[in-house]
Design a protein around this ligand. Structure first.
Ligand code: NAP
Length: 286
């Protein structure tokens, strides 16, 4: 049963694992109007603790999340998971609909090519399509992290493949002949250009994660004339309102609670929103 403390009437569940989620928890805690509870999947040891409460580990599918919501009684759920964490988004939509809790999606904007500046991008719907698009390419940089490599199995037999990941690839990697690079971002444009040059990369494969840090590899590819295969974001559940920053999320919450527009429009003020890399709970893109 929901607690009867004053805190329970302002509790907001943030589905986290991103820099945006951490920043939002800070905004809510500082606002004094809301009490953030951040949920992390638990993929990373020792993630940075966000302001407010923290719970770690999956809920047990949409039914488990619905039971959690009924039990803890948050006034709203904000899905601030990574753009490619599609399952959690679908689970949240189902659970919130069942329990009747308002749900908002907080998602950073995606990237856009500028062909006039020299971008040579091909957009594809998923990793399997990306693997087909790079078949026969000379030297491919998979900036995907190691959990998304299965569709590229065998590519390292016909092309030079460079894979960058936070943790080593391990013996069961689908790309045993790939050139492994173990490194943790953020990377700047000079680093990325050096990598592309050193490995003679002709095609960069990455996901449309958005954000300032991941953009450095795209700027390097632009400057060196390297082609990009950009994997589109997976679809999100229809009918869930979405915003791109913490200020808009606060305004949505204020609207729900009828707090009026003055505080919402004031936004987080000194807690300005500066997205950095996904230092949180999940494997970053390569
Ligand atoms: P996913 O495929 O959408 O979710 C898989 C399962 O992990 C979910 O069904 C859920 O388990 C659990 N889960 C995911 N996010 C959770 C959260 N915030 N709190 C509690 N449980 C969560 O997610 P994913 O792609 O594996 O990503 C896992 C986490 O890493 C997310 O929090 C995401 O924001 C972060 N992350 C992901 C990426 C990426 O590239 N995918 C990059 C950076 C950070 P139950 O069904 O048991 O509830």
């Amino acid at each position: 049963m929901p607690e009867s403390s004053a805190e329970s009437t302002r509790r907001v569940l943030i589905l986290g694992g991103t820099t945006e989620a951490r920043a939002l928890a800070g905004f809510l805690a500082a606002s004094g109007d809301w009490w953030p509870v951040t949920a992390l999947a638990g993929r990373t040891d020792g993630p940075r603790r966000p302001p407010g409460d923290l719970r770690t580990g999956g809920f047990g599918g949409p039914d488990g999340l619905a039971a959690y919501l009924a039990d803890t009684g948050p006034v709203a759920v904000i899905d601030a998971t990574h753009p490619f964490a599609a399952r959690m988004g679908a689970n949240a939509a189902r659970a919130c609909a069942v329990v009747g809790v308002p749900l908002l999606r907080l998602e950073r904007s995606g990237w856009t090519a500028d062909p006039d500046a020299g971008d040579r991008w091909t957009r594809v719907p998923d990793e399997a399509a990306a693997a087909r698009a790079v078949a026969g390419a000379g030297s491919v940089f998979l900036a995907l992290g190691r959990q998304a490599l299965a569709p590229f199995a065998g590519l390292d037999e016909t092309a030079r493949v460079v894979v960058r990941s936070v943790d080593p690839l391990g013996p069961d990697t689908p790309l045993p002949c790939a050139v492994p690079i173990v490194a943790r971002g953020p990377f700047d444009e000079a680093d990325e250009a050096a990598l592309l040059r050193d490995h003679g990369v002709t095609v960069l494969v990455c996901r449309d994660s958005g954000g300032a840090d991941g953009r450095a590899k795209l700027m390097a590819a632009r400057s060196l004339g390297v082609s990009v295969v950009m994997i589109d974001r997976p679809p999100r559940p229809k009918g869930v309102p979405a915003v791109h920053d913490g200020t808009a999320a606060l305004a949505w919450l204020a609207g729900l609670a009828g707090l009026g527009s003055r505080r919402a429009l004031a936004g987080p003020g000194p807690l300005a929103y500066h997205p950095r890399h996904d230092a949180g709970d999940g494997e970053q893109d390569g």
